[in-house]
Design a protein around this ligand. Structure first.
Ligand SMILES: C[S@@+](CC[C@H](N)C(=O)[O-])C[C@H]1O[C@@H](n2cnc3c(N)ncnc32)[C@H](O)[C@@H]1O
Length: 389
């Protein structure tokens, strides 16, 4: 689908996209004419120098393609810092690790609030697949918290063991997914990508065995049903769970439990592309210039974390988490003297918590290991929906 009203990319940006499409075409040709959608999404988002997250696209904020919670309001990071502080106070020499740190704004806000709470971590470790974002993160941190930058480390891989607080906001949805289709007759197919009539197109291949077949079979999908499964996200959760020796893990993203995700009425899945604040259903629109995402199956997150020794602390909608961590008090503390600042902050708070915006669709899930907390992890005191998982 090419919507005519979409903003036209610059000539440089178009060149990146056409170069990436040619690379993908060659990859398809070298794979006997078909690649999995996972493979396509991996290239579209992470191909070195060309993929959406691996190239120079603006991505975040008004000039980019989407706005995430930490970009919307510094209060979001202050709330997350409250949970971090609670965990860090029960760990000797704890660190913070953030996955997919975006522009670095969440890191800056968490560090600012942890300093205010007199609870700074030994280090703030960032793990991101995006090399161009690392520079942006450094610039943000140098501008906002110059005296704390020396605590920040960029890691290329997960450490063997980690003691502290781990956070990832909107990271799971950016992990390549597989597309699975179950036809009227009940046969399972993996939906992949081919080069047809001079363009990228979908094509299904029958699924008879293997990991994806097993995962899809276990879901007992209705007939004539298209959906996503994220084996890479499952593997990521397993690795993070294994690496956390003592501490807490907090993941925030849009999604639902498996029962809601694989509901018979959601028969076209949740795959979406984002381009300059437009949501598109065509994942082949300007590869490299568009974000591609799917919603997160939080039941799968829970299953893989728990199977690897983590204890569930809670699963709640983002609005409830932010209220539990004092979002409204933090807004109030800004004071209404600076009306312009207050109105803008209040509008962000509304967006973050309204059920019609991010409040209900976004969920917060937390786990712990070897953390002797005298009470529930801060942020999960009220409104826990864990029973739904
Ligand atoms: C939608 S952005 C969110 C950025 C930021 N957390 C925010 O909320 O503004 C997704 C980020 O996750 C990163 N990412 C995806 N898979 C990752 C992985 N396995 N490890 C670390 N970062 C990853 C991407 O590179 C990208 O920077």
């Amino acid at each position: 689908m090419t919507a005519p009203q979409l903003p036209t990319p610059s000539a440089d940006a178009l060149l990146i996209s056409t170069t990436l499409v040619e690379r993908i075409r060659q990859r398809i040709e070298a794979s006997n004419g078909w690649i999995s959608f996972t493979n396509y999404m991996q290239q579209a988002l992470y191909a070195p120098g060309l993929g959406y997250y691996a190239g120079g696209a603006t991505k975040f904020g008004d000039a980019g393609d989407f706005t995430t919670a930490p970009e919307m309001s510094p209060l979001f990071g202050a709330c997350v810092a409250g949970t971090a502080a609670h965990a860090l106070r029960h760990i000797e020499q704890g660190r913070v690790m953030e996955f997919g740190a975006g522009t670095g704004v969440l890191a800056a806000e968490i560090l600012t609030e942890l300093e205010r709470l007199d609870c700074l971590p030994l280090s703030y470790d960032i793990v991101d697949l995006s090399p161009d974002l690392k520079q942006r993160q450094l610039t943000t941190l140098q501008t906002r918290v110059p005296h704390l930058v020396e605590r920040v480390r960029w890691l290329d891989a997960l450490p063997e063991h980690f003691d502290g607080f781990i956070v990832g906001n909107e990271v799971l949805d950016a992990m390549p997914c597989a597309l699975v289709y179950r036809d009227e007759a009940g046969q399972l197919f993996e939906r992949g990508v081919v080069w047809r009539d001079n363009r990228l197109a979908f094509e299904d291949q029958a699924l008879h065995s293997g990991q994806l077949f097993d995962l899809a079979s276990a879901l007992d999908l209705p007939a004539d049903y298209l959906t996503e499964i994220q084996p890479q996200m499952h593997a990521f959760v397993r690795s993070v769970a294994q690496c956390l020796r003592q501490g807490a893990l907090l993941l925030i993203d849009y999604g639902f439990t498996a029962r809601e995700f694989y509901h018979p009425q959601r028969n076209q899945g949740t795959l979406m592309a984002h381009y300059r604040h437009h949501s598109l259903i065509d994942p082949f629109y300007l590869p490299g210039l568009c974000d591609i995402t799917c919603h997160v199956d939080f039941s799968a997150v829970y299953t893989h974390a728990e199977a690897n020794g983590l204890q569930l602390e809670g699963y709640i909608p983002q609005a409830q988490y932010l209220l539990n961590t004092g979002l409204t008090q933090k807004l109030e503390a800004l004071g209404i003297e600076n009306t312009r600042q207050y109105v803008s902050a209040a509008a962000s708070v509304h967006k973050l918590t309204s059920p019609a915006e991010m409040g209900e669709l976004f969920k917060t899930i937390a786990f712990s290991r070897n953390l002797a907390l005298p009470a529930l992890l801060h942020g999960f005191e009220d409104g826990d929906d864990s029973w739904k998982l």
